[in-house]
Design a protein around this ligand. Structure first.
Ligand SMILES: O=P(O)(O)OC[C@H]1O[C@H](O)[C@H](O)[C@@H](O)[C@@H]1O
Length: 539
């Protein structure tokens, strides 16, 4: 049965029609226990979702929808290693990457946890060698710089976690990330580095990605140019990939390759060997703690009843806004400077997973799917785009992420940060009525401009402090939230065919640029004109 024909769906449509417009002021009056009833804990995380535009009935109808979509069975299928990524015929087992050593996750009958730990042990040993100076560069110097070359899932996760956990990192190491095929990225990342002290990690699941391969070859040329000997590559390049042949062809000894598997999606690969730069920067213990945090959330997601399941509730709230209240975007607002790449990380995680318009039976989806994810750390966002969230015409549900303790307690900075965290949510939900504006003595002609409607939904997610474990919890929370939504929307969340066409066309255009013909004629008129303009101005 299609989603739209499910009784649970129509019930939500009717419910939306009758409840739309109930203001949080009223909602809190109607249910004084609301803040208590609409909050959840999972491991170290506490989530208050009472400022959302929902009643208890909304949640109960959303849960019915989840049941109708057989969410518990789908969750079990993922954990059982079923090939739920059907368009690529692959299991989706990133949860196995953070399993305990004695747990069992099988793909095609084989317990993959053994393989996971074999690689994790090698990563830990290698990371330790680099950190303690046992692993030396070609000229016998200690490694002081680590450059991760990768893109998408082979870049965004490591960058995000490196930034988020900088407090825990080895400050004697310079760690950089190069992703863009724009030569500027590599040039700026290497310009002040001594090649003798620099280790490149080439991170690519496929080891065919144009950007990464181009950057890797240029880095190799740079290194050989600096050190004058191709033999230096062996001490300065390691690889992270599923493609051993590709790694060998590049010239990296597979002894220096850290493996992962096709049942790990790129954007879910952070806890695989893709995290090698983090093992080096943070050390094994912190990396293990990060994975332990993931695991706590993995267990919660697997075992908690739907009504108390944090990723489920977060996912269902998103469905409510996207499908029933036309809220097509979703802001993630971490009130922590270290987490400044967290929204960018989940732009890929969420938008590449659920940016789909075909349901699992191959038919056009008749309902909206994945949200546009965006955000910046508070308080910067407040002085930039919050105006539109408070008074614009779009409904933008927001997640506020905050911590009780700062890792850098400076004066009263943290209380000020958190005062804003609370105040913004209060303002968004409750607004300021015309009368309240008038009572402040506002001239009548300014009243409409200074009025805040409120009823802008937000969810607060808090933890005591940003630790590796807590970060792991938060990342897994959003990973599973994406899963929940993909199930509800009846789409495949673990493929990404939508990125292919542009890649194919770029491959076709590249030789045309090399040929230096004045004006190509084999594209549409606009593309022909752009290429002609480029060639004319380039040469
Ligand atoms: O790790 P790689 O194989 O180099 O892939 C890097 C990225 O490229 C692809 O275009 C996909 O859209 C991403 O999901 C992937 O993370």
């Amino acid at each position: 049965m299609t989603l739209e024909n499910l009784p649970a769906w129509s019930a939500l449509e009717n419910h939306a029609a009758t409840t739309a417009g109930i203001h949080p002021r009223e909602l809190f009056n109607l249910m004084p226990e609301r803040a208590k009833n609409m909050s959840l804990t999972a491991g170290p995380l506490w989530m208050d979702y009472s400022k959302n535009l929902i009643t208890a009935e909304t949640i109960s109808l959303l849960l019915k929808l989840a049941e109708a979509r057989e969410l518990p069975r789908e969750i079990a299928a993922m954990y059982a290693g079923e090939k739920i990524n059907r368009t690529e015929n692959r299991a989706v087992l990133h949860v196995a990457l953070r399993a305990a050593r004695d747990e069992v996750y099988r793909v095609d009958g084989v317990n993959v946890v053994d393989q996971v730990y074999a690689v994790r042990d090698r990563m830990a040993a290698f990371g330790e060698q680099v950190r303690n100076g046992e692993w030396l560069g070609f000229t016998g110097k200690r490694i002081k710089n680590v450059v991760n070359i990768g893109i998408g899932g082979s870049d965004l996760g490591p960058v995000m976690v490196y930034e988020a956990l900088k407090h825990y990192s080895d400050r004697n190491l310079t760690v950089r990330f190069v992703s863009n095929v724009d030569g500027t990225h590599l040039a700026e990342a290497t310009r002040d580095l001594n090649a003798e002290e620099t280790l490149f990690i080439i991170a690519s699941k496929t080891f065919t990605t144009q950007e990464t391969m181009t950057n890797a070859h240029s880095a190799r040329t740079w290194l050989i140019g600096q050190l004058g000997d191709a033999a230096a590559v062996a001490r300065h390049f390691v690889a992270v990939s599923t493609n051993a042949a590709g790694v060998r062809d590049f010239g990296i000894d597979t002894a220096n390759m850290f493996e992962f598997w096709d049942w790990v999606g790129g954007r879910y690969s952070l806890t695989s060997a893709i995290g090698l730069s983090l093992v080096i920067a943070l050390g094994k213990d912190h990396f293990d703690a990060l994975l332990k945090g993931y695991r706590t959330m993995d267990q919660h997601f697997k075992n908690a009843p739907l009504a108390e399941n944090m990723p489920v509730i977060l996912g269902l709230l998103g469905v409510w806004y996207i499908n029933f209240l036309e809220g097509s975007s979703h802001a993630i607002l971490p009130y922590d400077q270290y987490m400044h790449r967290f929204p960018a990380y989940f732009q890929q995680g969420d938008m590449e997973s659920n940016g789909k318009s075909v349901t699992r039976d191959g038919e056009a989806a008749l309902h909206a799917t994945g949200p546009i994810i965006w955000g910046e750390p508070g308080t910067n966002g407040q002085h930039a785009f919050y105006q539109l969230i408070h008074q614009g015409t779009s409904l933008i549900p927001c997640d506020f992420i905050g911590f009780a303790k700062s890792l850098n307690p400076v004066g009263d900075h943290h209380d000020k940060l958190m005062a804003n965290f609370f105040a913004q949510q209060e303002a968004l939900a409750f607004g300021k009525t015309e009368n309240e504006v008038r009572e402040e003595g506002t001239p009548e002609e300014l009243v409409p401009f200074k009025t805040f409607d409120g009823a802008r939904p937000c969810t607060s997610i808090m933890a005591e402090q940003l630790t590796p474990e807590v970060l792991g919890n938060l990342i897994a929370l959003y990973e599973h939230k994406i899963f929940v939504q993909g199930v509800i929307w009846d789409i495949y969340s673990f493929d990404q065919w939508g990125v292919e066409l542009g890649k194919q066309l770029a491959k076709r255009i590249l030789p045309e640029l090399a040929e230096k013909k004045a004006a190509p004629e084999n594209h549409d008129a606009s593309t022909n004109a752009q290429i002609a303009w480029y060639l004319q101005h380039r040469d």
